[in-house]
Design a binder for this molecule. Structure first.
Ligand SMILES: Cc1cc2nc3c(=O)[nH]c(=O)nc-3n(C[C@H](O)[C@H](O)[C@H](O)COP(=O)(O)OP(=O)(O)OC[C@H]3O[C@@H](n4cnc5c(N)ncnc54)[C@H](O)[C@@H]3O)c2cc1C
Length: 530
């Protein structure tokens, strides 16, 4: 061992959670090294100039649930963080129908009233309840969850306190939490709304990245989780980082380095080195070794527990829980370079409709049909698309006068029943292009370049098992006290000094930073008592 390969802490994986975790560790005075397998950091939050002048957000495309205090704690604005609002939601329907939502609640009320006066009233009631639900749930997102398996009286007291907190909520908030955490989003929306465009526009975030349809029981929680995203203190508002999410992770990297941290890229970790039950370092695939008494894996639970360490040396219940942990990725991404903006018939002059999310999935039945294909082991012949022309928000994303369009695609199951993804890549691209064409006639003529990212590509490139974008499904049995496994939900592992901080830990996936931040809190807590 030399001074040059000895650190206080090593973080495996330079995705955004690894960088957030490392940033807090370095800020707290630990000499910290980040080891990243790829030639650049960012993980699923990167921007790549794959065509000259066109910057693609290859994978994640919006800043969603980022925990607000991370921005201040890590001085991110000083390091170039700049979030541009994504105020608009455009929901094109068939037969010329559409809804345009913007930043103004009053105008949104009237926009819904245009298609259904009853739904406009219901929207105000629903928004009011949901705002209170999000405020009530926020403390749970931002806490280290109690350990339900512990016999430590402090942990048992925390479980009791949490139950009391939930029981103390207003009955209507409690009821909504109960319904969303155990039931389907469609069930709730059917009670409030009648118009399919309204319902499907709201429901779309219940299926993002998850193998469920809006009528599946898991969809309520997936929806609530996404609703917890906030921009400028407003729940449900998302933002676009200047230069894409790669711009955000570069700001994280600069912050970490300014606190004295070191990043080494092209450094794939092969395994964690342990001695007498304590972690002592890591070995790279090229044989290099680095040493530290604290090692944090920002990889998903499968890699953290069954690849970086020998599962035979872990408790059986943990290994079993991880082998049952559901990944089952079902999302893909298609990015386009365009010569001009597409047009929606009747709204040819409106470019604001692209400055946010364009939800192509105009009814609950449409979304369910797309899901039925995934259940049958094939990609949706008519997929749901969450599109965005990011160059209308940040013109530097494309050459002047030209545009990039990002389309998040549901559903594209990792396991195809009758084919494989290397054979189906371009057919998926064609299916996506056909849907965009249905809503925006003439779209095909605008395409200069198309990039199709399958779930297998997500696994190969980012290292997300089965291409699951959240490092594991956001289903109730895998959340909070169960993420990634009961008893191992507090960022520790059975190996002393070895921690976990990826999206497979609480609060979960998205560009959120919560796992990285909470893991750092746990590590400093443990170091203080050691
Ligand atoms: C197509 C797609 C679209 C998405 N869209 C959005 C969106 O718009 N908004 C949003 O909020 N979220 C979105 N998400 C989800 C979000 O991007 C992820 O949940 C999040 O980025 C995961 O971050 P992470 O840091 O936990 O893990 P990762 O980003 O997976 O980071 C893990 C890192 O570890 C590295 N690594 C793997 N193995 C090793 C090894 N052996 N040694 C060293 N390094 C290793 C990887 O290269 C990677 O950099 C999307 C994800 C995908 C895939």
């Amino acid at each position: 061992m030399t001074d040059t390969n000895k650190y206080d802490a090593i973080v495996i994986g330079g995705g955004h959670n690894g960088l957030v975790n490392a940033g807090y560790l370095a800020k707290g005075g630990l000499n910290t090294l980040v080891l990243e397998r790829r030639p650049f950091v960012g993980g699923a939050a990167i921007t790549e100039e794959l065509q000259p002048g066109y910057k693609f957000t290859t994978f994640s495309y919006a800043l969603s649930l980022l925990r607000p205090d991370i921005v201040q704690d890590l001085n991110l604005v000083e390091h170039g963080m700049m979030v541009l609002p994504m105020h608009y939601h455009f929901q094109p329907g068939f037969n010329g129908e559409y809804l345009i939502f913007g930043p103004d609640t009053y105008e949104n009320y009237h926009e819904i009233a245009r298609v259904s006066p009853e739904d406009a009233e219901a929207y105000m009631d629903f928004g009011h309840v949901m705002d209170r639900v999000c405020h009530a749930m926020k403390p749970l997102v931002d806490m280290i969850p109690p350990n339900s398996q512990s016999d430590d009286p402090k942990e048992l007291a925390r479980v009791t306190e949490l139950s009391a907190y939930m029981e103390g909520l207003d009955p209507d908030v409690q009821e909504m939490v109960q319904r969303l955490t155990t039931g389907s989003v469609a069930d709730v929306l059917d009670e409030y709304f009648e118009h399919e465009l309204v319902k499907s526009m709201i429901a779309s975030s219940a299926i993002i990245g998850s193998k469920c349809g809006p009528r599946s029981l898991e969809s309520g929680l997936v929806w609530l989780f996404h609703k917890m995203g906030e921009y400028d203190g407003i729940f449900g508002e998302w933002g676009f980082h200047k230069g894409g999410n790669g711009g955000f992770t570069q700001a994280l990297a600069r912050s970490f380095e300014a606190f004295g941290g070191t990043i080494q890229t092209d450094a794939a970790v092969s395994h964690v080195i342990r001695k007498d039950g304590q972690v002592v370092g890591v070995a790279l695939e090229n044989g290099d070794e680095f040493y530290a008494d604290t090692v944090v894996s920002a990889l998903d639970p499968k890699r953290t527990f069954t690849q970086l360490v020998d599962p035979n040396e872990l408790p059986n219940d943990l290994v079993e829980a991880i082998s049952n942990f559901k990944f089952q990725g079902t999302a893909a991404k298609v990015n386009f370079a365009l010569t001009d903006l597409p047009t929606f018939p009747g709204l040819e002059t409106r470019t604001d409709i692209f400055q946010g999310f364009v939800n192509m999935g105009p009814s609950i039945d449409y979304l369910e049909e797309a899901f039925a294909d995934a259940e049958a082991g094939r990609f949706s012949r008519r997929p749901f698309l969450d599109g965005c022309i990011q160059s209308t928000i940040d013109p530097d994303m494309s050459p002047p006068g030209k545009h990039i369009m990002s389309c998040f695609v549901m559903y594209a199951p990792y396991h195809l029943a009758e084919s494989d993804w290397d054979s189906e890549r371009e057919s998926l691209g064609d299916a996506v292009q056909q849907v965009v064409e249905e809503f925006f006639p003439g779209f095909g003529e605008l395409i200069e370049h198309r990039e199709v990212v399958t779930p297998l590509d997500i696994e190969r490139l980012v290292g997300l098992t089965e291409g699951n974008i959240f490092q594991g499904e956001l289903f109730a049995d895998q959340m909070f006290m169960n993420r990634p496994a009961p008893g191992w939900n507090q960022y520790r592992t059975p190996i002393k000094g070895y921690y976990q901080c990826g999206s497979g830990t609480h609060p979960g996936g998205c560009v959120i930073g919560g796992p990285g931040k909470l893991a750092a809190k746990q590590i400093f807590g443990d170091l203080a008592v050691a």
